[in-house]
Design a binder for this molecule. Sequence first.
Ligand code: APR
Length: 332
Amino acid sequence: MQMYKKLSKSKKNSTFVVQLKKTKMSKITVVGAGNVGATCANVMAQKELAAEIVLLDIKEGVSEGKALDMMQTATLCDFDTRIKGVTNDYAATAHSDVVVVTSGVPRKPGMTREELIGTNAGIVKSVVENVLKHSPEAVIVMISNPMDTMTYLALKTSKLPKHRIIGMGGMLDSARFKCYLSQALQAPASDVEGIVIGGHGDATMIPLTRFATYKGVAASALLDTDTLNKVAANTMVGGATLTKMLGTSAWYAPGAAGAMLVEAIIRDQKKMFPCCVLLEGEYGETGICIGVPVVVGKNGWETIVQYDLNADEQAAFKKSAGAVRSMNNALN
Ligand code: APR
């Protein structure tokens, strides 16, 4: 979609000349206008990632109301993105560059992400089919849980090229890891690096403590082993901790992580994030979608980055892959 974005002024011969800057603008759809979908749309609008964001939900009026509420923040938060809410109207999503799927049911206290499989599989399958009828070129970002299995399901049912389906979970888990690391180090989270790979489940994710750093210094040199292990343990139950507090699963960090992933696609940033993608031999696994570091750009995920895992980390990855594989088998 072409449009003219913002007027810029330049001084020429002592007079201001108004120039129109021609910019390629994009369209993004978010399916599911619940806590995560609405938060994601809100963050993306504030970042002006697209000319238009369409918010779609099955519940009459919910996305229309949330979209209108968000539009009324445009002058307050200084953005020009249009946000349109629709009830199950996939024609309105046509020609989206990126589609974020958050539709489904969230976790309740005591539930695992895996227990959502039956309900969410049916929803995700029909959503992806409908989306692709109107946006056959879109990159699909999967957030619905159990995210590794939903990403696999979307890939298998859509038959899209593998690069165009990306699951977001590892970005959220890594954000939580960095948050807990920063608290342990008493340092700003933005000064901390950390990555979580493997499945997006409490028992399957792998916070790579050996690779965590504070301004280039290994976290293991600054924190004792018990503290570092506690950081990893807190990360792994990060979602469950919040579900217990909130009575439903979290939304600020999941929504923001989704927006950051979309930004890398829309702006062709070539940033490296841990995302859930199809493995074909990388990290010793084949035929599953699971979290690994990938470079993300306009075509979706572009390359898988191979970390030099030690024997323990590789064994943990193998175990995690096994759990994700048996979850995928439950689809049958
Ligand atoms: N089509 C469109 N929207 C749907 C459909 C469908 N077939 N089925 C359900 N929805 C909508 C619901 O109406 C609801 O508004 O999905 C939305 C889900 O929102 P919430 O219940 O608030 O759940 P949320 O916390 O946003 O989590 C959504 O993200 O993090 C994951 O585990 C979480 O799978 C869950 C998903």
